[in-house]
Design a protein around this ligand. Structure first.
Ligand SMILES: [Zn+2]
Length: 368
């Protein structure tokens, strides 16, 4: 049994765990992120890993980091909630630890975990859509994470769904995540409570009497109780979710959408309106199979489990390539698909390396 450490590096916390081959977490640590300082963030990562290494014999270490990871999976190009700008994260953490680490985007790590051990187990074509402050997302095609040419694929939160709509943190207007996220749910509830306080009595009561006191868990609680105002908020956000998933299905045609993030804890209160809108909005409805829309199962541990499993799988590929014919069916088929796809990844990298310098992403410079 090869153990691996997965570290979930977010804007507010660094969470790390020792994970076994079945995706079970054997030990776990959490620290707050010194997000303003790249060096202190890297030291915090090294500290939690060192502490976990002291008690366990670990074969591989993976980081799931909240930001744009470059296609070499070494440098953090940009992070909205951390001070990373062209930060060589892999190198900096390896220097501190004296060991190899794998770096992956946090949503990619979560999607991998859900596909291997969670809600999307058994699916090879899927998409994770996590609703939090904004929308985090990840695409898995044919059992492989799809990263795009520059490593930045899977940011559907900034597809503009309303012309000249709500202002987004990215500077544009009408982005999907302004209508479909944890923040959007809260904004919907607060606005309703301000506009129609007599219809939002329960929400206001849970919010301490003020619209500004209403947050996500209160809305979920009121909705579970059957409060019409809270249910209406989930109808609206769920509707935007289904609408956006139908658009994504038009491009990717996945078998399954896994919905994560705090909002997904409301389960079918969110997913039923999403499914209804999805079915209604889907092009060619009635003449094609419907993708499943499922709630994520691994919760906040998904990033840890996925980063660890990606690191462990990567290590197995480089140190002990196994014969596909000797692998067991079931979950093993997932691992097998990743190892067979490895040459594809290398071929793609070689192909990209042949592209002239002018193909470098000028847009990245303007993003910063
Ligand atoms: Zn945006």
């Amino acid at each position: 049994m090869t153990l691996a450490i997965g570290v979930d590096v977010g804007g507010t916390k660094v969470a790390a765990g020792v994970v076994d081959e079945d995706g079970q977490i054997l030990a776990k640590l959490k620290r707050s992120t010194p997000a303003a300082s790249p060096a202190r963030t890297e030291q915090t990562i090294a500290d939690v890993v060192t502490e976990l290494l002291a008690g366990h014999n670990v074969g591989a270490i993976g980081l799931g980091a909240a930001g744009f990871v470059d296609s070499a999976r070494a440098t953090m190009l940009f992070a909205p909630n951390l001070a990373w700008r062209d930060e060589p994260l892999k190198q900096r953490v390896e220097e501190r630890l004296g060991r190899d680490v794998l770096v992956e985007n946090d949503a990619n790590a979560s999607a991998w975990a859900e596909a291997r051990f969670g809600a999307a187990r058994g699916y090879l074509d899927l998409m994770l859509v996590a609703l939090g402050t904004g929308i985090g997302a990840s695409i898995i095609i044919g059992g492989e994470l799809y990263r795009g040419r520059w490593g930045i694929a899977g940011e559907p939160g900034h597809i503009r769904v309303v012309p000249d709509g709500r202002l987004c943190g990215c500077g544009n207007r009408g982005c999907w995540e302004q209508y479909c996220s944890g923040n959007a749910l809260v904004a919907e509830a607060r606005e309703f409570a301000r506009r129609t306080p007599e219809g939002a009595m329960r929400l206001l009561q849970l919010g301490g009497g003020r619209a500004e006191g209403i947050s996500g868990p209160e809305i979920t609680r009121a909705a579970v109780e059957g409060d019409p105002a809270a249910l209406r908020c989930f109808q609206i956000v769920g509707g935007w979710l289904g609408q956006g998933l139908a658009d994504l299905a038009a491009i990717l045609d996945p078998a399954c959408f896994v919905i994560g993030g705090g909002v997904s804890e409301a389960g079918d209160l969110l997913l039923d309106p999403a499914r209804a809108t999805f079915e209604h909005a889907l092009t060619g409805r009635g003449y094609r199979p419907l993708a499943e829309i499922k709630a994520a199962q691994l919760g906040e541990d998904a990033g840890i489990v996925g980063a660890a499993d990606l690191a462990r799988t990567g290590m197995l590929q480089t140190t002990a390539p196994s014969s596909p014919s000797s692998e067991p069916p079931g979950p093993g088929s997932f691992i097998r698909s990743t190892s067979t796809a490895n040459p594809v990844t290398n071929a793609a990298t070689a192909q990209n390396a042949a592209i002239p310098e002018t193909d470098q992403p000028a847009t990245v410079a303007t993003t910063r």
